[in-house]
Ligand binder design. Structure first.
Ligand code: GDP
Ligand code: IMO
Ligand code: MG
Length: 429
């Protein structure tokens, strides 16, 4: 068997959580391969809404196992907050959740460092979610990190204290006053205490060698779906660096983030919104800083699932989409939030970038170059609600035309169109 992949092709928040949840009944195992609680994956069904940060989005289906892979970084406090929220909703997430022994831990001081480093950057700040992502991956690649497998070791506390003291030195050198800095409403000492309580609970979760488990599962004929976090334009190598996250969000990340050999990668689903959003700083060529942008934000409820920040909104960017498709080897496209375009009499779609009236070939090294301008094709909107559409055949002609235009431009089929946040508002070819 092979591992199928679903990941975001834009700047995150494409709707990965919803689609992973819709796909879950087809799979035995759902596995997250990178990122951490910077992710916020929303799932809505039966009138209830859940936002997952660390737990894979297959958790609502009891028969499916959910694996937090080695490439993910875990804040135990946030993980158990999520687990408790699910328990309050009468679920038993500990039953079908497995955690890699090799996943790295986000320490309280990683979060503190994130805040101190961002604050020191001033106007050039990345707009991090401040969940400690950059500092934790820095310690991982600097070969200093603490892994889940270390929490039962005898030198865990020594390792923790050593890292903490080094982090605090940096925080002090940056002149960051952390005495009043709040972590989920708590000052450092209180947060640290709660963090350690959560580490205690982590010891009782099903901690496994996930690379061995996943490869053995494939041998046994089990089906696996890898769930991406963030999006391709936030990839540390290919995104709009330095305004990116600190992991490989692309298909290649599945191999290192789960321990899966490349020949075991199966079908790759790429997910994109019918327009674009970005939260945090960094270039965004098709951004709309006008009433159309406000209309997308309000209509699409574009406020961060993790931080609540308003998301920047703009038209669909085909050059960026094509670049993402190339990097990931996408087989099938999934278009989200088509309904948000319902009230637009006309829709713009960016088909290229120009510099001084000359169309750029390829994808630019620096998207923030202020001379880069999007070139738009104007299309008519459908001017009606998609609410009553139950199948692809029901969609208005103008939406069908919009989809055909995208398919022709990027050379791939759009196999699923999402027309609302609920599980059921999903049209499949
Ligand atoms: P993720 O990070 O990729 O899982 O996406 P988020 O959950 O952060 O953001 C997607 C948002 O759009 C969530 O609030 C979803 O409930 C919502 N959503 C998903 N699909 C649709 C859709 O087709 N239409 C509308 N209107 N909302 C959607
Ligand atoms: P999901 O999985 C959207 C953005 C942040 C910031 C940059 C770096 O829900 O799609 P970080 O906290 O990683 O240091 O932030 O990346 N970012 C996201 N934007 N969706 C996400 O995840 C994101 N995770 C990080 O806003 O600009
Ligand atoms: Mg999100």
């Amino acid at each position: 068997m092979k591992v199928d992949v679903i990941l975001g092709l834009q700047w995150g928040d494409e709707g990965k959580g919803k689609i992973v949840d819709v796909f879950t009944p087809r799979y035995d195992i759902i596995a997250r391969f990178q990122g951490g609680p910077n992710a916020g994956h929303t799932i809505i069904f039966g009138g209830k809404k859940f936002v997952l940060h660390t737990i894979p989005s297959g958790i609502f289906h009891r028969k499916t196992l959910n694996v937090i892979g080695n490439g993910v970084i875990i804040d135990p406090f946030i993980l158990f907050k999520e687990i408790d929220t699910l328990r309050e909703a009468a679920m038993e997430p500990e039953e079908n959740l497995l955690v890699s022994r090799r996943a790295h831990l986000i320490l309280p001081t990683h979060r503190l460092l994130d805040a101190a480093l961002e604050s020191a950057k001033g106007d050039s700040r990345i707009g991090s979610t401040l969940k400690g992502i950059g500092p934790t991956y820095t310690d991982k690649y600097g070969r200093n990190g603490v892994r889940v497998g270390n929490i039962t070791g005898s030198n865990f506390n020594t390792h923790y204290e050593l890292l903490k003291s080094g982090h605090l030195d940096v925080v002090r050198n940056l002149g960051f006053d952390y005495s009043s800095h709040l972590f989920d409403g708590m000052v450092f000492d209180e947060y640290e205490e709660r963090w350690f309580e959560s580490v205690g609970r982590l010891k009782r979760l099903k901690v496994i060698d996930s690379e061995i488990f996943l490869n053995a599962s494939l041998e046994q004929g089990k089906t696996i779906l890898a769930e991406g976090a963030q999006g391709t334009m936030l990839d540390v190598d290919f995104g709009s660096y330095p305004f990116v996250t600190s992991s490989n969000t692309i298909t290649a990340g599945v191999c290192s983030g789960l321990g899966i050999p490349p020949h075991r990668i199966g079908k790759i689903f790429g997910i994109f919104k019918a327009y674009c959003t970005r939260v945090g700083s960094g270039p965004f060529p098709t951004e709309l800083i006008d009433s159309d942008g406000d209309k997308l934000r309000t209509g699409g409820n574009e406020f961060g699932s993790t931080t609540g920040r308003p998301r920047r909104c703009g038209w669909l960017d085909l050059p960026a989409l094509k670049y993402s498709i190339m990097l990931n080897g996408i087989d099938s496209l999934i278009m989200m939030k088509a309904d948000v375009l319902d009230p637009f009499p006309e829709i713009n779609i960016c088909t290229g970038y120009s510099i001084e009236k000359e169309i750029l070939q390829g994808f630019p090294f620096d998207l923030s170059d202020e001379n880069i301008h999007p070139v738009y094709e104007r299309m008519s909107g459908w001017n009606r609600s998609l609410d009553g559409c139950k199948a692809m055949d029901d969609i208005p002609d103008a939406l069908a035309e919009y989809i055909r235009f995208i398919e022709k431009n990027v050379g791939l089929p759009v196999d699923i169109v999402s027309i609302g946040p609920d599980r059921l508002q999903t049209l499949q070819r």
